[in-house]
Design a protein around this ligand. Structure first.
Ligand SMILES: *Cc1c(COP(=O)(O)O)cnc(C)c1O
Length: 299
């Protein structure tokens, strides 16, 4: 049975825990993960306008790029299926003998997968030439259409104007740019980079912002990557299990666990001042946890 997207399931979950009380800080989590068990919350928002453009152009297919566990790949496959347009996934690396759950889902949603070795994968322009009448979306949905969709996320948070700080995980920076775009001038947006030493992000986010938003308050933190993109040492897994047990908050190994951990540390270390009212965006991504051995997580 197919499960459809349910935006009405999004909730703003209050977090009750000692490290908040002792710092007189409030924390809520915007649960975009609840819209679908596999389709990542922020990806759905980011894809909306790319899809509309591809349909308006009457393109035969939508093509995009990603790795074997990519939230973006499976979200594109699903979005294309619901819109009745063909999808093409250019997958980084040689075809494995056993496909990941992510790729199996993408295939199930009708995506045509093409495996490309790592060297060739870098030359996207050459790859694109092999496909006719195809509307291309950059890896991770980076770009202004993605920002436009992500700018609709905050409207799902109750009383969103009351938050002093808004925290989100950062991959390409597209979601963060959308949040900055739609935030109020008194709010500070903090992005948690999930890659090691990805300092080019500052420029990438800046390039996505309109002139009128360039002066909005935002910063990107680089110390919460836990070893690098998708790295998940046992300390992180333990934190995820504790977060589930104590806050009933499921997180994913690539993005949201690191964002939640960063939120806790920044509150404890007063990087976020006492008395703040914080919103963390739970951007989804839980499907990626399927790459872990069984019983690693309690949820
Ligand atoms: C892709 C993704 C992000 C990062 O979004 P960007 O717009 O690429 O920065 C964050 N969280 C989850 C769950 C994602 O799937």
């Amino acid at each position: 049975m197919e499960v459809s997207i349910h935006l009405e399931k999004i909730i703003t979950q209050p977090i009750e825990v000692n490290w908040l009380h002792s710092n007189n800080t409030k924390l809520n989590v915007l649960r975009l993960d609840l819209i679908h068990p596999v389709i990542s919350g922020n990806k759905w928002f980011k894809l909306k306008y790319y899809l509309a453009t591809a349909l308006a152009n009457k393109s035969a297919s939508i093509g995009t790029f990603g790795g074997a566990y990519s939230n973006h790949i499976v979200a594109v496959a699903y979005a294309c299926k619901t819109s009745g347009i063909n999808s093409i996934g250019i997958i980084r690396g040689e075809e494995p003998s056993v496909l990941s759950d992510t790729l199996l889902d993408a295939k199930h949603y009708g995506m045509k997968l093409h495996f490309v070795n790592r060297a060739a994968y870098r030359d996207t322009e050459i790859i694109k030439q092999h496909f006719e009448d195809t509307y291309w979306i950059e890896e991770g949905g980076y770009g202004t259409e993605g920002v436009k969709g992500a700018a609709e996320i905050l409207a799902f948070a109750k009383n969103s104007q009351n938050y002093s700080h808004i925290i989100c995980a950062v991959g390409t920076g597209t979601m963060m740019a959308g949040i900055i775009q739609s935030a109020q001038s008194h709010q500070t947006i903090i992005g948690i980079s999930t890659m090691k030493g990805n300092f080019a992000l500052h420029e990438k986010v800046k390039n996505l912002l309109d002139d009128k938003n360039q002066n909005n308050k935002y910063k990107i933190m680089h110390e919460y990557h836990f070893g690098g993109y998708a790295k998940h040492p046992s300390q992180l897994l333990q934190f995820m299990n504790e977060t589930w047990q104590h806050q009933q908050l499921p997180t994913d190994i690539v993005y949201t666990a690191k964002a939640f951990y960063a939120t806790k540390q920044m509150i404890l270390e007063n990087t976020i001042p006492k008395g703040s009212n914080v919103l963390m965006i739970h951007s989804g991504g839980l499907q990626g946890n399927r790459s872990l051995p069984d019983n690693t997580l309690l949820f």
